[in-house]
Design a protein around this ligand. Sequence first.
Ligand code: HEM
Length: 366
Amino acid sequence: MTSRNQAEVTQTVILPQSRDALFITLGFKKGGEQAALEALSSLSSLTNGVGFRYPKAHLTAVAGIGATMWDRLFALDKPEHLHEFVELHGAKHHAPSTPGDLFFHIRSDEFDVAFELARRINAIVEDHIDYHDEVHAFQYQDFRDPLGFVDGTESPRDQEGVEVAIIRDGIWRGGSYIVEQKYVHNLKDWNTLPVEEQEQVIGRTKHSDIELDEKAPNSHVAVNQVEDEDGNGLEIVRNNLSFGDALGKQGTFFMSYARDPRVTEVMLRRMFIGEPEGNYDRILDFSEALTGCNFFAPPRVFLDHCADYAHAHLRPDKDPQPNQPAINLPQGKAVFPDRSDVPTSHNAEDVEAARARYEGALRRQQ
Ligand code: HEM
């Protein structure tokens, strides 16, 4: 893919860290499918509309779609690695799988501009959601997480980031897989550790951010340095930022893009279960995962016209669904509303027609 049509086909996935971000996860009620399609297909124009007045804010937004929602919305088959987050139970630590139909990664160097975009998305979805998780995350000091360590140093950037995060071939070229988890830290316990001990937990020095030559095998860095069978390093693009209250709980929002989410899943298994089993990531003794969700960030060419690939009953000119009040479920609880009666059946003709429409749109981009 050339860089020209890369920019046209892909959402704004690979960018330098912004000062602020809003991470928004939404669950949609039955009947909320059209609102979801509208939020997705209007994201580019909403972002441009808010962003052009504040060019210094560098406002961008990426939308992700969860596996169950994909089946509710689209006639096209899911991207092959899109599935719900697999809950992990290690000997000591637990990675929950939590609800998430759509995800918005809104980045800006000025928080009020990100906030304005989020309000506009909310105006579309508010009567149709029964779950939301909104995290205002920010760049803390010189890219440090609340544990005091620089976070993101080894994450691939620029063209290297594109190689790692953006799908190169096939119908979903230009797309990317998202895995996110919201972690809250136990800073009281963490702050009792001497700095040398904290460095052993992470695997890098705290102040100068240099990788330790002699790392503990259960240090965060050692656990996350993953190789394939031929010894090649496997990587993901991370966009972690800090969040929380100065007087209350503080944490790290882990947010990753990968062209193959199995890499992220291997990292998660190594963190929570351990390789060998029991060698879990020591960072987990100080950080608890409250959420866990997977999404697919479709290519922009799909996103902007996604209603064209929706199930026939959701395609334009159908009656709008009735509005219902939103109910905000407690954050971080794995409460999956029952959506079993939402129609998701795939009719072979619809699938074929949607695929032909999308392949046509892709060809016109080239
Ligand atoms: C509590 C949540 C987390 C915190 C505070 C955290 C923090 C850090 C820090 C401070 C580093 C070292 C500097 C750097 O290269 O970025 C790092 C590296 C890394 N982390 Fe995390 N991280 C968290 C969760 C995760 C998760 C869930 C994954 C994967 C599923 C992950 C994957 C990685 C990888 C791949 C590296 C680079 C290792 C290397 O090649 O040196 N992290 N993280």
